[in-house]
Design a protein around this ligand. Structure first.
Ligand code: SAM
Length: 186
């Protein structure tokens, strides 16, 4: 069995958007307790690499490297960059803020975390790489999605079955990181 029900969300995202493959390198942000890490490590197999990051300690998962740290800290981002390199195939983030119950606050914090994940994705993803990120719906979602649109071939918004109860949560799946066009002329 998996450590979290969340594992089934990643399975569904993978089924629908084809994210995980044998031999790939995957970085998982907000990975504790480790359900997504279990799914990712099954899918990439022994020739693949999985790195998990969380504020909380993550119990060992076979073949997975973990970092304990805060993804809003520059030092954690650096640690992830050093460990993962800059040719990562997939970055996933299931990070969620501590809920206050106040909708606009929870939304704003969720978008902030999602943007930290996006920044790391741009640091480490190879051209053609994919990014999937959880975010709570609200007024800043469209702007965030537009920013993803500029960096990836396409972006889809998905709501996995296992997310149905927590009504405001969606996943943006951004496929095919594009390389920044080189300016012509000078
Ligand atoms: N995908 C995980 C699984 O399958 O087991 C569940 C992730 S849980 C929904 C969200 C996680 O995000 C929590 O473990 C939390 O500690 C982590 N998180 C929240 N803010 C974070 C931050 N600033 N840096 C790192 N992790 C963070």
């Amino acid at each position: 069995g998996y450590r979290s029900r969340a594992a089934y969300k990643l399975k569904q995202l993978d089924r629908e958007e084809d994210l995980l493959h044998e031999g790939k390198t995957v970085v998982d942000l907000g990975a504790a307790p480790g359900g997504w890490l279990q799914v990712a490590s099954e899918e990439v197999g022994e020739s693949g690499t999985v790195i998990g990051v969380d504020l909380q300690r993550i119990k060992d998962v076979d073949g997975v490297e973990t970092v304990r740290g805060d993804m809003t800290d520059e030092s954690t981002k650096e640690e992830v960059r050093d460990l993962a390199g800059d040719a990562v195939d997939v970055v996933v983030s299931d990070m969620a803020p501590n809920m206050t119950g106040e909708y606009s606050v929870d939304h704003a914090r969720s978008v902030h975390l999602a943007r930290q994940a996006f920044e790391t994705a741009l640091d480490v993803l190879d051209t053609g790489g994919d990014f999937a990120v959880k975010v709570f719906e609200g007024q800043d979602l469209d702007d965030f999605r537009e920013d993803l649109d500029e960096e990836f071939q396409y972006v889809r918004t998905l709501r996995p079955d296992a997310s149905r109860d927590s009504s405001s949560e969606v996943y943006l799946v951004a496929k095919g990181r594009m390389t920044a066009p080189v300016a012509e002329g000078d």
